[in-house]
Design a protein around this ligand. Structure first.
Ligand code: NAD
Length: 327
């Protein structure tokens, strides 16, 4: 029997990761401030608590784990991390979690630990041209992320690398690029572009216009959750530290993303571009390194993941209408 610890198991990626590890036969402990919001956790043991508390962290890292996944962070979509309103919390909370979890893992001799960094740590100056963003792993320095969220990720990457260098920890670092899928935030202010667009289109009547932050020409790539989990497990079990991009190279503008979802929904929707937090002008994953090192690349087109995400979100929207009507 192998043992895994998932920190952030109540969150979007952590919840799915627990399910995947269970399917592989692991005994899994999940830890989070809260239980998953959409469906019960499949973890053998789920501990609700605050990873900012050193004593609590020591109590959950109380045995040997073959694999530790550190996904807990204070984060959200553009409406959460780019407005500046949550900067102190984002930096303090996430850095404290990483300091605590990594050190507790070291003190228990749990050497293999995965850390979820983000493409938000890449310098803004390489992402000004929406058609040609540069996000190769070696372009991280000179550092200039466009948010405190990105700076914290960069600090924590360095923290993990320092523990690898000085303490022999087998750290594995991924830079995730916009992971999406069912059972993620969709209406709580922390949702990201794919979920927000799916919700707006699910709520719209045929012919309505939906609001889009910015001019719609900013570019991004989006990776479906199942692909993300596959790459995460491959990286964790490899002999390679990273940091490495885990993302898709299928870059689209936000307007194109809207068009794909509208097509899936079978609706005609107009676009009303409004001012809002948008982040960098362009971003795309650069998968050359992960292809070379792990032989991994996404297996399905963006549209496929969006179809299942839209189906799930439109069910949530319908359920919401039903509960309002029933009151
Ligand atoms: P999420 O917000 O759904 O999950 C994070 C979880 O951490 C939440 O359930 C939250 O309750 C928990 N958490 C926060 N503070 C905590 C604390 N003090 N103690 C215990 N638990 C705490 O986010 P996600 O989308 O699942 O992302 C997981 C990780 O991947 C995060 O580190 C995130 O920064 C990183 N990441 C995600 C994306 C993405 O597109 N989803 C992109 C880049 C990086």
């Amino acid at each position: 029997m192998k043992y895994a610890l998932v920190c952030g198991a109540g969150g979007f990626i952590g919840h799915h990761l627990v399910r995947r590890l269970k399917a592989e036969g692991f005994w899994v402990r999940g830890v989070d401030l809260r239980f998953p919001r959409f469906g019960a956790s499949e973890a053998d043991d789920f501990v609700v608590g605050d990873l900012r508390q050193q004593g609590f962290v020591a109590s959950v890292v109380d045995r040997h784990f073959d694999e530790i996944y550190q996904l807990a962070a204070d984060m959200g979509g553009a409406g959460y991390i780019f407005t500046g309103e949550h900067d102190a919390d984002v930096m303090h909370n996430s850095a404290t979690i990483n300091l605590n979890v990594l050190d507790a893992a070291y003190r228990r001799n749990c050497r293999r630990i995965f850390y979820s960094s983000s493409a938000c740590m890449y310098p803004e100056y390489n992402q000004l041209d929406p058609d040609n963003p540069k996000c190769s792993e070696d372009s991280a320095y000179p550092a200039a992320p466009d948010s405190e969220y990105g700076w914290e990720k960069l600090f924590s990457e360095r923290l993990y690398l320092a523990y690898a260098r000085n303490h022999g920890m087998q750290v594995r670092i991924a830079r995730y690029h916009n992971i999406f899928g069912p059972q993620g935030s969709w209406n709580d202010g922390k949702e990201k572009a794919p979920a927000a667009i799916c919700r707006k289109i699910a709520e719209a009547f045929d012919g309505d216009a939906i609001e889009i932050w910015g001019d719609g020409r900013q570019t991004r790539s989006f990776l479906f959750i199942d692909e993300c989990l596959e790459a995460t497990l491959r990286l964790t079990r490899s002999n390679w530290t990273g940091p490495v991009n885990i993302g898709s190279e299928e870059m689209v503008t936000i307007d194109q993303l809207v068009d794909i979802v509208a097509d899936i929904a079978g609706k005609t929707v107009g676009k009303r571009h409004i001012a809002g937090p948008t982040g960098v002008r362009g971003r795309n994953s650069d998968n050359r390194l992960i292809r070379e090192r792990l032989g991994w690349a996404p297996s399905a087109p963006l549209r496929e993941g969006l179809a299942s995400t839209y189906a799930w979100i439109s069910r949530q929207v319908e359920g919401q209408h039903y509960s309002v009507a029933a009151e």
